[in-house]
Design a protein around this ligand. Structure first.
Ligand code: PGA
Length: 249
């Protein structure tokens, strides 16, 4: 059995000082566990501080919320995967719905980012998910599979085998509405089927997380559902006590 993954996406919250305070409190109350993986995604401005705070805790991973598809260059305001790696990041979010909807990130951009991230030796965590109108039209699976297939299309097979995916229905993000575990399971199963076929059976390390209004009350039920390998948590991860409860489930 693979370990469940608990990933905290802090979005545009917490600068360096707040990050340090949060992580010191969390580390004091959360001893190392080897039966689960925790990943923090702080803002780019707080990555270095977070990397330093987590330096003695290899059981906890650091991730960057977004990177450019080029490793360096004239891209004002962007963060490079090499800079994130230098701060200690080993994972990078790609294609979060806020990036897609608010910043025009296309499937092709996610593909280029995934390739750059993997080439730099980090693990891409590719987010996929349908909007409410797509959900209501019953086209969830085709949307998710299009995002998934294009997103990983530039990866080599060996890189594909270690990818993390988060299924996050857009209508469930920050809304208090969560997908029913049985509905999420169907999508997760389709995602896993894709990897099984693409990798000819070697899917052991591909992890499929669920995200969208996860909180301390629903986390246990979601993570216990078949096919759900972990959780990607936004709002509820900002409160260190709530997050400590979620990762303890
Ligand atoms: P939420 O966000 O938990 O606040 O719904 C999840 C996400 O955007 O990753």
């Amino acid at each position: 059995m693979q370990k469940p993954v608990f990933a905290a996406n802090w979005k545009m919250h917490y600068g360096p000082q707040e990050t340090r305070t949060y992580l010191l409190k969390f580390l004091a109350s959360y001893p190392p566990h080897d039966d689960r993986t925790i990943i923090f995604f702080p803002s780019a401005a707080s990555l270095a501080v977070a990397g330093f705070a987590l330096r003695d805790r290899p059981d906890i991973l650091l991730g960057v919320q977004n990177v450019h598809w080029e490793e360096k260059g004239a891209f004002t305001g962007e963060t490079s995967v090499l800079m994130a790696r230098d701060c200690g990041a080993t994972v990078a979010l790609v294609g979060h719905s806020e990036r897609r909807q608010l910043f025009g990130e296309t499937d092709e951009m996610t593909a280029r980012k995934c390739a750059t991230i993997a080439r730099a030796g980090l693990t891409p965590l590719l987010c996929v998910g349908e909007r409410l109108d797509e959900h209501e039209r019953g086209i969830t699976q085709s949307i998710v599979m299009r995002q998934l297939k294009t997103g990983v299309s530039r990866l080599e097979k060996s890189q594909l085998a270690t990818v993390l995916v988060a299924y996050e229905p857009v209508w469930a993000i920050g809304t208090g509405k969560t997908a029913k575990p049985e509905d999420a399971t169907v999508v997760h199963a389709a995602i896993r089927r894709y990897f099984r076929e693409a990798l000819a059976g070697q899917t052991d390390s591909v992890r499929v997380l669920y995200g969208g209004s996860v909180n301390a009350e629903n986390a246990a039920e979601l993570v216990a559902a078949p096919e759900i390998d972990g959780l990607l948590v936004g709002g509820a991860s900002l409160d260190v006590d709530v997050w400590t409860r979620i990762v303890g489930t």
